[in-house]
Design a protein around this ligand. Structure first.
Ligand code: NDP
Length: 422
């Protein structure tokens, strides 16, 4: 899939339409002239080469010399974003946030590669049609594929949402294996074809261990660049603390989620602050903080399903945008954000080689540092360890997918999958 540029103007000037097209010449950065709308011959040869540009995005033109629509001042170089599970309900929100500039910023042009399953290929085309109909100025290119080797080629960001839900009678260990195979294949593809600095955001569950599998299968990529989403949990914790403290959530800072995105996760009220004061001082009700707050955050997904009849798609998409915005913008002084990251070299004594959620800060360059000075009291320590043990067990269960040697798979009868997030 080569870089292409397109606009609604290009379609208006051509009667030719096709969903597939021939490889186009690599175009330069934005800031020049529209040149060639594709010839019919070009389109015909594309069908043979199985290229996957979509609709209007197959029209190849260079805006760099286009006097009618000059490139807006300050636009950055186009980045390539691959999204798997593109036909799913989370993507149905997220893709429009990305294309509108909400996720990466309003000066960041985007080339989108959508990855669907064979079964969802037609639905992904429906999503592409809606993106096409939205005429987002920042969306410069759109490609569809069911092959990770195509979808991840030259990706600067890969957002891995697509995963299979648990079927009837399936154990948690079966889910680990079934989805683990998807992330093993996708890790290998990222290793082969992605930008070596590609940032990989894993959403599909069980997301920590799926991220670990992808990371272990992609030795060419930096281990620090694999993250699993716990931002939805952070946002949920923040809003519950705000409600209890009777303040607006903007003034609640330093909220971390530790560990696994499962019911062993630890929403941290010990280090959280309200209007710069410790939550424990402001709320004061330790019984609520210790016994009610954690399950409230953990069962929030189930509470949404009960009211809404389906799982949280929109707020998950918002939290993915938050996750990315926290990496591409500097973290405000005195605050943190969280995602599950590789535990190598962490200052909290968590076993290395896990994908474990922690408090982080970023300078806004896409990278992050682990915040080192969070207080870990006995209450937190015991719970951090429980989540760590669970992740060690999950890692043992997927040793056949990571090539690592491990102990026995001891994922037990207790189901720690978050309600509604099979
Ligand atoms: P949906 O079922 O609506 O969408 C998933 C899509 O992914 C489907 O279209 C599915 O297609 C597709 N898919 C399945 N396997 C692959 C694959 N190998 N490659 C590409 N696409 C594939 O699910 P949601 O969007 O609601 O949720 C997606 C995942 O996100 C789930 O695993 C869910 O548990 C997780 N999640 C994680 C959260 C977090 O905080 N980390 C929060 C909420 C959800 P098909 O029809 O073929 O199955």
């Amino acid at each position: 899939m080569l870089a292409r540029r397109a606009s609604c103007a290009a379609l208006a000037r051509s009667a030719v339409a096709s969903r597939r097209c021939a490889p186009a010449a690599q175009l330069g950065n934005l800031g020049g002239k529209r040149n060639n709308v594709r010839t019919k011959a070009g389109i015909e040869s594309a069908v043979e080469t199985e290229e996957n540009c979509y609709g209007i995005f197959c029209y190849n033109y260079d805006v760099s010399e286009d006097e009618d629509s000059p490139v807006p001042e300050g636009w950055k170089k186009t980045i390539r974003v691959a999204v798997s599970g593109a036909a799913g309900q989370i993507s149905n929100h997220l893709l429009f946030q990305i294309a509108s500039g909400l996720t990466f910023g309003d000066k960041q042009p985007i080339a989108l590669n959508l990855l669907g399953s064979d079964r969802s290929r037609s639905a992904v085309e429906g999503v592409a049609m809606e993106l096409e109909d939205s005429c987002y100025p920042l969306l410069r290119e759109l490609n569809i594929s069911t092959d990770p080797m195509q979808a991840f080629r030259d990706a600067d960001w890969a957002i891995l949402i697509g995963a299979k839900p648990r079927g009837p009678g399936m154990e948690r260990s079966d889910l680990l294996d079934m989805n683990g195979q998807i992330f093993q294949m996708q890790g290998k593809a990222l290793n082969e074809v992605a930008n070596p600095d590609c940032k990989v955001v894993v959403v599909g569950n069980p997301c920590n261990t799926n991220a670990l599998i992808a990371m272990e299968n992609a030795p060419n990529l930096d281990r620090k660049n694999f993250h699993a989403l716990t931002r939805l949990d952070q946002n949920r914790a923040r809003s519950q603390l705000a409600m209890k403290a009777n303040v607006f959530y903007e003034t609640v800072t330093n909220v971390a989620i530790w560990g696994n995105h499962s019911t062993t996760q630890v929403p941290d009220f010990v280090n959280a602050k309200v209007q710069g004061e410790k939550v424990t001082d402001v709320i004061g009700d330790m019984a609520w903080l210790e016994e009610e707050f954690t399950p409230l955050v953990q069962t929030r997904g189930a509470a949404v399903i009960k009211k809404w009849g389906r799982s949280s798609g929109a707020s998950t998409a918002v939290s993915i945008s938050d996750h990315i915005r926290s990496l591409v913008n500097p973290t405000p002084a005195g605050d943190c954000f969280c995602m599950a990251v590789c535990s190598d070299g962490n200052p909290y004594g968590i076993e290395e080689g896990l994908i474990y959620s922690m408090p982080l800060r970023s300078k806004g360059d896409g990278s992050y540092e682990i915040v080192e000075d969070f207080e870990i009291n006995d209450w937190l320590r015991a719970r951090l360890k429980k989540s760590e043990d669970e992740l060690v067990n999950e890692r043992n269960c997927v040793a056949h997918l990571t090539g690592m040697s491990g102990g026995a798979c001891e994922v037990g009868a207790e189901d720690t999958t978050l309600p509604g997030e099979n």
